[in-house]
Ligand binder design. Structure first.
Ligand code: FAD
Length: 334
């Protein structure tokens, strides 16, 4: 089949326990734009067990149609079953573009599906546009540690696949007046397709207090050197009655959870006191904290951009400065 015959923009509608993830709604917002500029349909693909009732929600958020595949074997996400069903539906219907959220599930599913259908995948895109002349999908993402933006195309294979992190795209206003078609397909899965048994699903305890609501934030960056050093930040936050947050670098490194990320793709915070420890002050971080009442920055590099937004700057090593500050605070209390 000629690649020009691949038609339509698809969004993988990720659901957990029957609840559609926000990132999928955000992707429908972007998908709507792409489909309109290509003059094609926007389709949401919803896999799960007894999920048909939530399909109309995807239409309210911009989809023209929803492909629903229900099967008790799809109740919880499993790599093999979801890959098999997605691959089958894509091979049958041949979409031009597929978008998935860069969630734990999307990051697992997208590369497997792209390998099975022999196409490319651009992960963690921050911008998606249609090139006017060629109608190629321009997939832009940070490269080389965020220092340059790379625009990637996949002109010789279809579909063009991309993942996008939560919070990057903007969802449309929910509109109950929107109508669309719901297409039910069979999964054709059998027990033989399942080689993994899920014994228990343990939900991670969510942040008890949101960083957006904290009056004091002690925020750590890559300059902390290692995950274990966050324990010192916790001590400082405890002394000040605040919470610990961080830059995207430390979230990406797995040192803290994404719920605590400050910045453009994290949370926007306005505490009374923001202490930036070992954070360089990249624009994407600063946009999320520059409205804090008092900003104290600790950085060993006196030319770090964080000092441009700081009210108080301490040039020094976090491993020495923070324990010293904690000692001082304790002494003051005694
Ligand atoms: P680095 O830039 O590596 O800085 C580490 C700092 O620590 C340096 O200034 C260094 O001098 C200092 N240091 C090192 N050792 C010590 C020490 N012992 N004592 C004291 N100081 C020390 N970033 C965000 O934070 N939030 C976002 O939401 C976000 N969104 C993004 C969205 C896009 C589209 C892109 C492209 C990027 C985004 N980023 C975001 C990433 C951002 O560009 C930076 O890469 C990131 O903020 C850098 O994190 P950092 O300051 O912790 O690390």
């Amino acid at each position: 089949m000629a690649i020009s015959e691949y038609k339509g923009v698809w969004v993988f509608a990720e659901q957990r326990g029957g609840e559609i993830l926000n990132v999928s709604l955000e992707l429908l917002g972007k998908g709507r734009e792409l489909a309109d500029s290509l003059g094609t349909k926007l389709t949401a693909v919803l896999l799960g067990d007894q999920v048909k009732d939530i399909a109309s929600e995807l239409i309210h958020y911009g989809a023209d149609e929803v492909i629903v595949v229900e099967d008790k074997l799809l109740k919880v996400y499993m790599t093999e079953t979801y890959t098999k069903v997605m691959t089958k539906v894509i091979n049958e219907r041949k979409p031009d573009i597929i978008l998935m959220g860069a969630t734990a599930i999307g990051r697992d599913l997208a590369p497997r599906v792209s390998a099975r259908i022999h196409t490319g995948l651009t992960a963690d895109c921050t911008s998606l546009e249609i090139e006017e002349d060629t109608k190629n999908l321009l997939m832009t993402r940070p490269a080389f540690g965020g220092n340059i933006m790379a625009t990637i195309i996949c002109p010789d294979h279809k579909p063009q696949m991309s993942t996008v992190r939560p919070g990057v795209m903007v969802k449309m206003e929910r509109d109950e007046c929107r109508s669309g078609e719901i297409i039910e397909l069979s999964s054709e899965l059998t027990e033989k397709d399942v080689n993994v048994e899920i014994i228990e699903i343990v939900k991670e305890e969510k942040a008890k207090m949101k960083i957006e609501e904290a009056e004091v934030l002690v925020s750590g960056g890559r300059g902390l050197g290692k995950k274990e050093n966050f324990a010192t930040l916790e001590l400082l936050a405890k002394e000040l009655g605040g919470l610990v947050s961080g830059s995207r670098a430390v979230v990406d490194a797995g040192w803290i959870d994404r719920d605590y990320q400050v910045g453009q793709t994290g949370k926007t915070v306005r505490p009374n006191l923001y202490i930036a420890c070992g954070i360089s002050g990249a624009i994407q971080h600063v946009t999320g904290m520059e409205d804090s009442d008092l900003i104290i920055a600790i950085n060993k590099n006196s030319t770090a951009p964080i000092f441009e937004v700081a009210d108080v700057g301490i040039v020094g090593d976090v491993e020495k400065v923070i324990p010293a500050v904690i000692e001082e605070l304790k002494a003051l209390k005694e």
